[in-house]
Design a protein around this ligand. Sequence first.
Ligand code: C2G
Length: 446
Amino acid sequence: MKKVITYGTYDLLHQGHLNLLRRAKELGDYLIVGVTSDSFDRGRGKLNVRNNVLERVEAVKATGYADEVIIEDYLGQKIDDIQKYDVDIFAIGSDWEGKFDYLNEYCKVVYLARTEGISSTMLRAESQSVYRVGIIGSGRIANRFVPETKVVNGADVVAVLNPSAKDAKMFATRHGIEAYIDFDSFIENVDVVYVASPHLTHYDYVKRSLLASKHVLCEIPFMLSKAEALELYRLAEERNLVLLEASKTAYSPAFGHIVTLIKSGIIGDVVDVKASLSKMVEPPIRELDAQQAGGAMNEHAPLTLMAIIKLLGIDWKDVDFHTKRENGVDIYTKGVINYPHATSSFTLGIGVKTEGNLVISGTKGYVYVPAPWWLTSYFEVRYEDQTKNKKYFYSYDGEGLRYEIQEFLSMIVNDRRSCYKLRRRESVAIAEIIEKYRNGEKVTEI
Ligand code: C2G
């Protein structure tokens, strides 16, 4: 029996895929189809927002050409599969011509003519699932955002808004997009909005975008008060729109894995979470400007609070702060949040340097994430008995913004309004704690 194997993502399965599978099957008697897992695709820079792996497997099965469907989950797996399944022929579309010649050592490699004029990318465009993204604000994070959208299927940045014509123009020219200085003309030309403007303008821009019926991804600090956050989530709900806090770490694969590992009990009951984030800055800079809501708390609390709340929940009992201020902004703030059965603390610095790690302590062991923990790519689970320790490695690709962009688009495409990676109520709780600090509740100056 002649065995053939082929691999693919098979997103929005189309005629090109069908032709390929049919021809691959005709090469032998038995066809094995490897469908890429979501994490494997993520690793090779393909962030799917349409069909997940189960849907893609179902679609391949439904073609009737596959005798067996397997999941492709790691680099190098093709060599293992070919030997394991005793494969005679590896077949793949001609767009990969030459790329898989290294498999000739294990079996025959056949490149089959690709079907012209059809692709998943085209189908996404036709089904209008390419969203025109408009960016409000043109600062550091906005600049990093644009290249990140390129690796997410379905996102196309087309416009930037900045009331300063010079800044808007400069950003637009750099990224090959349109510049706007007026909100109304900007909003007409986009489908979704990414708010990356100065902190104090978030509320206004998010509200106006929602009122214009646009989905919104908003940078951190999302809102500086509980009431604002609640109001905007309600507005989004009423208008059936996605509103997502761009808390980038929350959507990263490694951080997500930390949360699920801990929730499944590998370190026992969580008793303490310590999260630190410090990034030194030099004046003149927005972070040190009291008029623009600068300060360590506004700047860095959102990510550290996200970690604490994801791990310990929103039902905290009390919170207090110890803070060092200079020229009206906190250059260092330490906070303690107590829960009925656990405690937690965060230390934030923009003018004080400290180790930026995350330590989660439990009754059986602890998780250690070295600095910079918010760009999680590596973490360790440690026990008293060191032989049980385990290290986890991840890639944190690019600037790491691709994960939140993928989540945001996936919510829109799949009609989801809530995201388990950061629930709306968790986002509201973050805003509430920031508000307490801003109101000076239980704040001690040092
Ligand atoms: N294909 C085709 N004609 C098209 C589009 C795709 O023949 N118009 C073929 C591709 O060449 C590939 C298969 O259909 O053989 C699956 O394509 P994709 O879903 O785009 O997956 P791909 O990224 O090519 O995955 O390990 C994964 C593989 O390396 C390839």
